[in-house]
Ligand binder design. Structure first.
Ligand code: PSU
Ligand code: MN
Length: 299
């Protein structure tokens, strides 16, 4: 894998010196947020991680190389190129063999970050079990089930079947932590009605749990769920309305597979006049901060 992996000099130096590093994904830049907020947010997330004293490592595939830590022009390519692919774990070998560019999802970012030696990863909302009768299960879930990393998120994306996603995590031994909360957050909303396995109120507590998982030889991720900041939460009534409308639109337009999540996120942002976009950015920023604070305690 070494010849296909390019770790930026800054990230390489941090890893070699055992300093804290936080991995960031690139699908949220390419397909999760509209322009120009996508690039602004990508930059903000890196800044937030640095301000907390950790090293950001945004991950993407460029010309067939698994890149860990991107230059400004590389982030811009991911954010501005209309044809940038969404690469999940199953797509990595194809992208590498053919020298392609692509943005990495939670699943593929986990795969690369772990092999680069990174322990902490921040994102917005993980993928999960989709609603509907076809079992459409995001590759994010199995990757969480076999990657020993701390993953900081705001739960699974609200467009998903959240109870089914919660069950999947339980079955596959992924411990779910509520960070300052007793129930799993629901992405744009602070509450889902679904339980967490343990509550942690500080970065130290999370670090201690993660170390214990390692000591026990567990190979699963520790999923740290952080509610969206209250000021940016989307009210329930509005959320239900736009969610139902977006799901109906996707169904009528036959949107499926890898296009479904980006379609639903974009449609909800439109229907809510940007309220879901503001929530998404607020939770991404907050999660990057919490992830950096946890990374600091692991070193
Ligand atoms: N979190 C966000 N916005 C996003 C995503 C996560 O706030 O766009 C992306 C992640 O990259 C995640 C992907 O892995 O959506 C899930 O897609 P799918 O349901 O097709 O597996
Ligand atoms: Mn899918």
């Amino acid at each position: 894998m070494k010849q296909n992996l390019i770790i930026s000099p800054e990230v390489e130096a941090a890893l070699a010196a055992n300093r804290p590093v936080v991995a960031l994904e690139s699908t949220v830049i390419a397909h999760g947020l509209p322009r120009p907020q996508n690039l602004e947010t990508a930059q903000r997330l890196e800044r937030i991680v640095r301000d907390e004293g950790a090293m950001p490592a945004t991950i993407a595939v460029l010309e067939g190389k698994l890149c860990v830590g991107l230059e400004q022009n590389q982030v811009e390519l991911i954010g501005n190129d209309d044809d940038i692919k969404k690469l999940s774990t199953r797509d990595l070998a194809v992208a590498v063999a053919r020298g392609l560019n692509g943005a990495t999802t939670v699943a593929s970012t986990l795969w690369v970050a772990h092999r680069a030696g990174i322990q902490v990863f921040a994102t917005g909302g993980i993928g999960g079990v989709h609603r509907g009768s076809l079992p459409d299960v995001s590759a994010d879930l199995p990757e969480l089930g076999r990657t020993p990393m701390v993953v900081v998120c705001s739960g699974a994306k609200i467009v998903l079947d959240l109870p089914a996603t919660r069950e999947w995590l339980e079955t596959n031994a992924v411990t779910v932590v509520g960070y300052g909360c007793d129930e799993m957050p629901a992405f744009y909303a602070r509450k889902s009605g679904l339980p967490v396995d343990a509550r942690c109120d500080s970065p130290e507590e999370v670090a201690q749990l993660f170390r214990t998982q390692r000591d026990l030889g567990m190979a699963t991720a520790l999923l740290v769920t952080v509610p969206v900041p209250a000021a940016a939460e989307v009210p329930d009534a509005l959320l239900n309305k736009i969610l139902n409308e977006s799901l109906g639109d996707a169904d009528r337009s036959n949107v499926t597979g890898r296009d479904l999540t980006p379609f639903l996120l974009a449609r909800m942002a439109e229907l809510s006049n940007g309220a879901t976009l503001r929530a998404n950015i607020a939770l991404l920023e907050n999660n990057a901060r919490v992830a950096a604070q946890i990374a600091n305690k692991l070193h």
